[in-house]
Design a protein around this ligand. Sequence first.
Ligand SMILES: C[S@@+](CC[C@H](N)C(=O)[O-])C[C@H]1O[C@@H](n2cnc3c(N)ncnc32)[C@H](O)[C@@H]1O
Length: 290
Amino acid sequence: MIYEVECWSRWLLHTRFRGPHGKEALDFLAAIRDRVLDRAQLRPGDYVLDVGSGDGLLAFGALHRVGPSGLVVVDDISQDVLDECARVALTAGVVNRMKFVRNSATSLSDVPDGSIDAVLTRSVLMYVQDKQAAAAEFRRVLRPGGRISLFEPISRIKVDRHRFGINPGPIAELAERVEAAFRLAQLPETDSMLDYDERDLLRLFGEAGFSRLDLELHIKSRCDRRDSQWFDAMLSRQANPRLPSLQEAITSALTADEAAAYIAYYRQAVATVGVTTREAFVYLSGNMGS
Ligand SMILES: C[S@@+](CC[C@H](N)C(=O)[O-])C[C@H]1O[C@@H](n2cnc3c(N)ncnc32)[C@H](O)[C@@H]1O
């Protein structure tokens, strides 16, 4: 299997926190990290596996909690992000308490059966088409009594909404063409980011043999007025590596005059009507019966 992995390192290491709201995003992630780690009930000496580690948000947090007698196995499909984690670990003097493996979540072949106390993952299953295979692998690598703790967005909640939650009114036809460019990149019916919800995750992990599952669903909606600087950041932001930026979608779908009308409409609307965001995500934890 050939992984399209370059997109991950580019997006994770270089573009994800670009723009004036990078600090906000980092604070948001730190709160998620702490909650995932709390729910995993890590203990000193535990062996922990972080699946889809990215730049090590969970892995480095876990390292602190398992202490010098524990081990953190850092897994990702991207060699570049693993190299970056290893570089940070080396600099911090903790590389001997970590192990780095390049496996897909659906085939953790470098992790032996029953060798792990807790599997952690954040925003990775959303990119995995065969989530059932991933759940089975998490079970395989866990010791009896081992735990999972994960966080995943439920992105389906965003399908079929107006961009920025704003009625496009007079530019509806232009807006539809821009949205079609996004749909082309990510088919809502079959894309791994959009084809599941919280009940699917609960069912998948139940069927994989986890007992005592505990799922917290968070749904948030808010409306805020936003300025031109925010709008410019949104134009260039790539929400995930599979999608074009808004500017790229506009350029591919509209003529220059149409693009100017589209941008002018939304630039004004975000400042006057406001942007309504809606997001849903879950924390899921569970045990393997001992
Ligand atoms: C949104 S990032 C999350 C990174 C990290 N877990 C965090 O909390 O910051 C998704 C990560 O999953 C990795 N990934 C994508 N598909 C994967 C798969 N099938 N198996 C393992 N890792 C995968 C990507 O390389 C990327 O590092």
